[in-house]
Write a protein that binds this ligand. Structure first.
Ligand code: MTE
Length: 309
């Protein structure tokens, strides 16, 4: 394997307190159990209480998380994904893993899940459009999968692609994005313990509108980096083309780290609207790296964060 986590930190050092406190590791022998009702609502309430009731980590409801979405393959309206994504066939599901890996191939969803440790991760999700949520994801660390397929010496980036099925995805008829939806991470970002492939929410299998059966979650970056319904993962030595960066290089950078000090060319990023936050709690300050600065700032040491947006 080409990459080693270049640090003597343990996972407990790099995992935010709220995640550490809420970690409930569930060893998953097979994907068949995936999304079973692992964690109940009461446990969630307790988990939030354990964090001292952190005001900014109050969980959004499953209804909020599944009715206000961005998934342009199903339309650009926030309720289009909830309305149309049920047409997406999510089983069987295959992911091609190729490029600079020791074991390239086409893996079934169950093969991907074999031996993966699914755990709950409560993360803020901050959309570049200035709305946000707190989501209890179920998933596993992307690093575990990459280590299993074996990243080759010289690989520097990971590229991702979403399924492209015109017959199931009415939004593909509109060339807003140069389909398929693509995303990418630098290898060290992909290997970071906060970066997960999520397969569920609230202990339920991933709803289609949220990117079933498997989607990326990178909590310190704007939400558009968290690509849904992944069918291809490619290890490469070139910075991959990404959907929104291709759409507008000026507005959407490759890195897209949440940064309240760097305005989008058309709006400030200093604040966000927490979905379901009610009239008075509706606008809250956006945090550097979306609140994960302690964990990830070192990845960007020496980079001008306003230039590399
Ligand atoms: N992935 C695909 N394939 N297509 C999309 O349109 N939208 C992105 C991201 N992943 C998107 C996508 C954006 S802009 C955001 S904010 C998040 O998904 C929203 O995730 P959610 O709907 O689960 O909250």
């Amino acid at each position: 394997m080409a990459y080693r986590y270049n640090s003597d930190l343990t996972r407990d050092d790099v995992t935010p307190r709220e995640v550490y406190l809420n970690r409930r590791q569930i060893m998953m022998g097979s994907g068949a159990m995936l999304g079973a009702g692992l964690i109940g609502g009461a446990a969630h309430a307790q988990a939030v209480a354990q964090t001292g009731g952190a005001w900014d980590l109050t969980l959004n409801s499953l209804e909020e998380i599944t009715t206000y979405n961005n998934f342009y393959e199903f339309g650009t309206g926030k309720d289009d994904p909830a309305r149309y994504a049920r047409a997406l066939t999510t089983a069987p599901w295959e992911i091609v893993i190729d490029g600079m890996v020791d074991n390239p191939g086409t893996y079934s969803f169950d093969q991907i899940m074999e031996g993966m440790t699914v755990e709950e991760r409560i993360y803020r999700l901050r959309c570049v459009e200035r709305w946000s949520m707190v989501v209890p994801w179920n998933g596993f660390e992307l690093a575990d999968l990459l280590n299993r397929v074996g990243v080759q010496e010289g690989a520097q980036y990971v590229a991702f692609e979403t399924a492209m099925r015109p017959e199931e995805m009415p939004g593909l008829a509109y060339p807003i994005i140069d389909w398929p939806y693509r995303e990418g991470l630098r290898l060290d970002e992909a290997m970071h313990p906060l970066t997960i492939l999520a397969t569920g929410i609230y202990g339920e299998a991933m709803p289609n509108q949220n990117g079933a059966p498997i989607r990326l979650v990178v909590p310190w970056k704007y939400g558009y980096k968290s690509i849904k319904s992944i069918v291809r993962i490619t290890l490469t030595d070139e910075q991959p083309r990404t959907a929104w960066n291709t759409y507008s290089t000026q507005e959407y950078g490759f890195y897209s780290n949440v940064n309240p000090n760097r305005d989008h060319p058309r709006w400030s990023q200093a604040e966000e609207r927490r979905i379901g936050g009610g009239l008075f709690a509706s606008r809250i300050p956006t945090l550097m790296f979306n609140g994960y600065e302690d964990e990830v700032a070192s990845l960007y040491a020496g980079m001008d964060l306003n230039e590399f947006h």
